[in-house]
Ligand binder design. Structure first.
Ligand code: MG
Length: 160
């Protein structure tokens, strides 16, 4: 088994869609970023790459590369998991926390969980997503940024 950790933070930017775990949340201010700024998928992908010993998101998908301009971050997770699989690893489970003052994420957590499971090709039961507010403290608490943390467990893939 291998464990990996990931974390990310993006600045809130009005006029962009808010995408979390591949789900677009209507009526909320979005996040600044070179890609679609899906802070949750970025954290999860970094955790996958970390567990697989494959470096980090920025090394594989640099924001200096025009290919990733406004990119759908689902591609990053798919590619990260492909690299892990190449190394002989399969996703066992992922647990993540999104830190956001706004919007209230509780009503969206199930859809986000199902979206991540679909991208990763695993059961929804292997994915858990939690939400926390910032209690008015730090950039997240002031509503200036949304952050995410993730941890994943990889297991040796069954040989076929
Ligand atoms: Mg990011």
């Amino acid at each position: 088994m291998r464990v990996g950790i990931g974390e990310d933070l993006h600045r809130v930017e009005e006029g962009r869609p808010l995408v979390l775990g591949g789900v677009t949340i209507e009526g909320a201010a979005g996040l600044a970023g070179h890609s679609d700024a899906d802070v949750l998928l970025h954290a999860i992908t970094d955790a996958v790459l970390g567990a697989a010993g494959k470096g980090d998101l920025g090394a594989h998908f640099p924001s200096s590369d025009e290919r990733w301009k406004d990119a759908d971050s689902r591609v990053f997770l798919t590619e990260g998991l492909r690299m892990a699989r190449e190394g002989g690893w399969a996703l066992s489970n992922v647990d993540a926390t999104v830190r956001a003052e706004r919007p209230r994420l509780a009503p969206h957590l199930e859809a986000i969980r199902e979206s991540i499971a679909a991208i990763a090709g695993v059961e929804a039961a292997q994915v858990n997503v939690k939400a926390k507010s910032g209690e008015g403290l730090d950039a997240v608490g002031r509503g200036e940024a949304i952050g995410a943390m993730a941890i994943v467990l990889l297991e040796a893939a069954p040989r076929s």
